[in-house]
Design a protein around this ligand. Sequence first.
Ligand SMILES: [Fe+2]
Ligand SMILES: [Fe+2]
Length: 362
Amino acid sequence: MHVNVYYMSDLLEIFNILANVYKLIYRLKNMDPKKIKSSNDEFFVPLPIEDFLTGMKAAVDLYVRLSDEKFVLVFKNGLKTEQSQLAAYKEKSIRYLWAKESEYAKMTEHSVVVAGIAVNSDQTTTPQKAKFVSQAATHIFNEFEHIGLTHEVFEQAKLVTNVTVTLVQNHNDLLGLLESMKGSSSELVRHSMAVSALSVVLGMGLGWKNKNTIEKLSLGGLMHDIGLKALPPELICKPKIQMTSEELTIYESHPFKGMEMVMSLGVVPDDIVSIIYEHHENAIGQGFPRRLRNLKMHPLAKVVACADTFVHLVLANVNCPIPKSPREAILYMEHTMGQPFDKEVFKVLRNITSDFPMDLAS
Ligand SMILES: [Fe+2]
Ligand SMILES: [Fe+2]
C-alpha cells in the first residue's frame, strides 16, 4: 500500500494516546473474548462495537456471533456501517462485531488511513482525532499480538510507549526530529512502531533493566529508518528486487543519511546514532553500509537489526507483500538467511514467538 497519509502530525500526542491505549488493551485482554474458531474452522476476532459508531466504510466483512461457533455476515466489506443497525445491536447487548482473523491486517491498514485523514482534517475535532488515532494504534498492536507474540511479550511492550513519551518530553529538541517523520507513509510508521516495540521486548529479554538503555532502544527503534526521508519517495516504494544497482546504492545510503540527520541536531545520544547507522549490519559482516562484524557492532544496534528483519518479514511491506507467520519468519532467518544476527538476541526472539513454546524453558 502506498497511500501517503500524514498520520504523524504530532508524535508526542500520538504516543500519549498510545500509552493509554496500552492500558485499555491490557484491561480488554483480561475481560474480552479471545479469537474464536467457527464451525467452518475459521478464526474470528472480536472488535468492540463502539469502534464502528463513526459511520465509516467497513474495511472487511463484519459478522455477528449467533452461537458458540456460528457467525453471520452483517456488513459487507466496502459498505457503510448503518448507524441504526449498530444502535439496534447495542440495544440487544451485542458488544462485538467479528472479523475473520485472516482479514485483520486490512482492518489495520484501513484504520491507519482513516486516522491519517482525520488528523489532517480541519473539520475533525481533537477528541475525534484522538479516537481515530487510538483506534489505529489498537489495531496495530492487536495485530502485533495476532502475529504470534506471546502474552508476556505483549505486557512488556506496554512499557515502550511510556518510556518513549518520557524521553521525548525530556528532550524537546527530539520532538523536532520526530516531527520530520511527518509525511511518512503509514507503512513506515507501522514498521517503525513495531521495530521500536519489539526492540524493547528483546532488550528486556536479554535481561537489560537500565531505564536509559530501554529508552534508547525504544527511540532508536522508532527512528532507525529516519534516513529514508532523505531518499526520493518513489525509491522507497520500489521493491528492492526491481532496483537498479545505482538505485540500490542510494537505498543503502539511508543508514548514513539518517546518521547525518540526527547528528546535525547535536542532541541525540551517541547510542541512538549508532542504532541508526548500524541497523542494517549483521553479525557475519554481510550487512551495509560498512559490513561490520558482531564484535564491532553497537550492542543496541544488534537488537534493532534483528527486530527490523523480523518485522519486515511478518508485517506486509513493499518487499514482502505476503507476510510470513512468526514461525516462517524465524525459519527464514535461520535457514534462508543463515542466522546472521547476534546469537543471544536471536535466541530471545525465537523464544518469545509463541510458535516455539518448546524453547521457553531453555
Ligand atoms: Fe532500514
Ligand atoms: Fe527498518
